[in-house]
Design a protein. Structure first.
Length: 116
């Protein structure tokens, strides 16, 4: 089993910044990729960004490119999401994810609210 603990959400004004963190524990040696998803009220959960833990390659949804940056600290088994130039439409619960070969784990979610 893998446990994921997120932190760093909160309330920020439009144009502001937040940094989310996600720490993995348990059988985390089997994880090859970690990422972030988000779910706004009344909408489906959507992919935001992910990072390969070995090579560091990244991918982002188009709506956050140039504003969000995902990074990792393999020694701490932690992934970060630096969010700049936040917009009200970024308001959502953000979930950390961790992928094994045949399974995806989820964190409990952290609320990000961007006021206009």
């Amino acid at each position: 089993q893998v446990q994921l603990v997120e932190s760093g959400g909160g309330l920020v004004q439009a144009g502001g910044s937040l940094r989310l963190s996600c720490a993995a524990s348990g059988r985390s040696f089997s994880i090859y990729r970690m990422g972030w998803f988000r779910q706004a009220p009344g909408k489906e959960r959507e992919f935001v960004a992910h990072i390969n833990l070995t090579g560091g390659s990244t991918d982002y949804v188009d709506s956050v490119k140039g504003r969000f940056t995902i990074s990792r600290d393999n020694a701490k088994k932690t992934v970060y999401l630096q969010m700049n130039s936040l917009k009200p439409e970024d308001t959502a619960v953000y979930y950390c994810s961790a992928d094994e070969a045949f399974r995806r784990y989820w964190g409990q979610g952290t609320q990000v609210t961007v006021s206009s």
